[in-house]
Write a new protein. Structure first.
Ligand code: PGA
Length: 253
């Protein structure tokens, strides 16, 4: 891993856990990861943000959300704005996750609006891109990723790029137990870095944190994290168990 970039391990709880489980998970995780030099992020459901912030206040764990709406306030029943997240002390937000794109029909255009709103509120964005199995089979993976990057980052200024983390999450690997091979993951992460270099410049591309996500667990994390263009992981299933998550955070490469 490039030592100039601080590795990031982000957990994505999705729609899981109860308030009680949230408390016991965080209390179990904190002592296990105190000496970690990695950036540790826990993206919890909206309803647990306040409690998670309180429980992690004196720790090295940062709290993130899993989505936000692009308008600041108003008649948008059921939505939560980037502004509201910021006011709650949230530092990160996952945007463009494939479950949002596929289940909730979020387009690249909407993802871009959300990214712009989050950046405006000074939130750091974990911007997800990735191809479906069908797209991979049709050999259009690079095209799909390029399109997601181009549209997702549309109008984003170079100085805002330090608020963006890109997560490459092949849709076919999410929650399936099927991980991309290290070479497949590295190939796309390196393509993402090259593309950022073309959109902006090499320096910006070299500073960009690029994560891999999709069935990442203790047995494959070492190898994935040791690849030159993979700076960390966005972890779903394996982030639901504090011990397993801590083992990934603490794994040496
Ligand atoms: P997974 O989820 O680790 O369970 O595959 C990753 C994600 O969706 O962010």
């Amino acid at each position: 891993m490039n030592k100039a970039r601080i590795p990031v391990i982000a957990g994505n709880w999705k729609m899981n856990k109860t308030p009680f489980e949230t408390k016991s998970f965080i209390n179990e995780l904190i002592p296990l990861v105190t000496s970690s030099k990695r950036e540790i992020i826990l993206c919890v459901p909206y309803t647990y943000i306040a409690k998670a912030k309180e429980l992690t206040a004196l720790s090295n764990i940062k709290i993130g959300a899993q989505n936000c709406y692009f308008e600041k306030s108003g008649a948008f029943t059921g939505e939560i704005s980037a502004f509201m997240l910021k006011e709650m002390g949230v530092e990160y937000v996952i945007l463009g996750h494939s479950e949002r794109r596929n289940i909730f029909s979020e387009t690249n255009f909407v993802v871009n609006k959300k990214i712009m709103a989050a950046v405006k509120e000074n939130l750091k964005v974990i911007f997800c891109v990735g191809e479906t199995l069908k797209e991979r089979k049709e050999n259009i993976t690079f095209e799909v990723i390029l399109n997601q990057l181009k549209n997702g980052l549309n109008n984003l200024k170079k100085e805002d790029l330090d608020k963006i983390i890109i997560a490459y999450e092949p849709v076919w690997a999410i929650g399936t137990g099927q991980t991309a091979s290290v070479n497949e993951a590295e190939e796309i992460c390196s393509f993402i870095r090259k593309t950022i270099g073309e959109f902006y410049d090499i320096n910006t591309a070299n500073k960009m944190i690029i994560l891999y996500g999709g069935s990442m667990n203790l047995s494959n994390s070492k190898e994935l994290l040791s690849m030159p263009n993979i700076d960390g992981g966005l972890i779903g299933g394996a982030s639901l168990d504090a011990k397993k998550f801590a083992e990934i955070i603490n794994c040496t490469i």
